[in-house]
Design a protein around this ligand. Structure first.
Ligand code: ADP
Ligand code: MG
Length: 367
């Protein structure tokens, strides 16, 4: 059987840059054959962070310009991933590009991912599928998370229930039970608050391996107050983003200003762990469940230990052991989602997002 090649691009809420993968499909079996990472320049990152907050000056103008700047980065990352696979652009059926989320307001019917499909198609000569979320919102859904369908396609087994926990800027959980459709929702903050706090106090984009958090003490009172956020108490379907979890929200809590900053970092790590572990424990309900983490947070040893401590009876591992390294999972998902659209399938999962019915996901920019 001849392999089909796709590129998947993910740049998530962490704003750490772009993960690009070339994925080869033989039938429904997929393999990552090339990858490239493309960090954002500090200027573009700052601009994207600013655009995440409403009320800035000249937002329309700046969002359009950032979309073009992003498309140039997406094109570079795509071409690098294609070259790394030993392929040519002409070999690629499509690029699946998530875009950069700057707003996520399902209650108002919209979500906004910046990028520019026309530019990306023009710069690469490859068909582009992008804007994967809007159609689900139009059908009454949250438009997120979209990855449970992909997790089901690649990680489900007929015998053992599994949970996939993506620790990106926001964390999201997928539940795969034999014989049942995949479920999933956003647990809460992943790295987004820890990153913001580390940037402010260490001048570093993130707290590598949670080393700084390990020097602090978890403040239980602050942790419990943070856990009072309504997101943690909403029933699924639910999704969230930087709109809800940001440093201004954190600083509204009095103890944050009095505690040593490393204690706040330790507490934020505990918040990420608790948000996910509480969801997993409720879902497992005493039964067995294998947990596989992905996303950059799975590289944070302190966070992985905190999760395992909170879930002593459930084995916590990373997707590395399933043959898909943690940093490629989400990017590979968008290659898969692009293929689902082009092959005429509905990749949306109404019971995950709450939509009225299933829909095709994505908008096509021909080569
Ligand atoms: N070695 C590491 N130690 C701690 N955190 C890490 C490490 N590597 C990556 N991360 C975290 O992962 C984030 C990127 O994860 P990613 O899955 O790309 O998220 P997103 O999809 O939101 O972009 C970084 O911002 C950082 O917080
Ligand atoms: Mg990222």
């Amino acid at each position: 059987m001849r392999a089909e090649h796709y590129v998947g691009l993910m740049s998530g809420t962490s704003l750490d840059g772009i993960d690009a993968v070339t994925v080869s499909f033989e039938g429904d079996r997929l393999r990552v054959t090339g990858h490239a990472e493309h960090p954002f320049t500090p200027e573009l990152r700052r601009e994207l962070l600013d655009l995440n907050q409403s009320g800035g000056q000249d937002e329309l103008e700046r969002a359009a310009a950032a979309g073009v700047a992003l498309a140039r980065c997406y094109a570079d990352a795509s071409l690098a991933a294609v070259a790394a696979a030993g392929l040519q652009p002409a070999d690629i059926t499509a690029i699946g590009c998530h875009g950069q989320t700057v707003r996520h307001r399902p209650e108002r019917g919209y979500t906004l991912q910046l990028g520019n499909g026309a530019w990306l198609a023009e710069l690469t000569g490859i068909l582009v599928v992008t804007d994967f979320r809007s159609r689900d919102l139009a059908a009454g859904g949250q438009g997120a998370p979209l990855v449970p369908a992909f997790h089901e396609a690649v990680f489900a087994t007929p015998d053992a229930p599994r949970a996939l926990l993506n620790l990106g800027g926001i964390s999201n959980l997928t539940l795969l039970r034999p014989g049942q459709p995949a479920r999933g929702y956003d647990c809460g903050p992943g790295n987004v608050l820890m990153d913001g706090w580390a940037e402010r106090h260490l001048g570093q984009p993130f707290d590598r391996d949670g080393a700084w958090a390990r020097t602090g003490r978890v403040d239980q009172a602050l942790l419990e107050t943070l856990l009072a956020h309504p997101h943690f108490h909403r029933p699924p379907p639910k999704s969230t983003g930087r709109d809800e979890f940001h440093l201004q929200w954190l600083e509204r809590h009095e103890p944050v200003r009095q505690l040593p900053p490393q204690d706040v970092q330790a507490t934020l790590l505990a918040l990420t762990a608790r948000a996910a572990a509480d969801c997993i424990a409720a879902e497992a309900d005493g039964a067995s469940l294998e947990i596989f983490c992905c996303g950059g947070g799975a590289r944070n040893g302190a966070l992985m230990s905190a999760l395992q401590d909170l879930l002593p009876d459930l084995p916590v591992a990373s997707t590395d052991v399933l043959g898909l390294p943690v940093q490629w999972v989400e990017a590979a998902a968008f290659a898969w989602l692009a293929r689902e659209l082009l092959q005429g399938r509905h990749a949306s999962r109404p019971h995950v997002t709450g939509a009225r019915h299933s829909v095709p996901l994505g908008a096509i920019y021909p080569a």
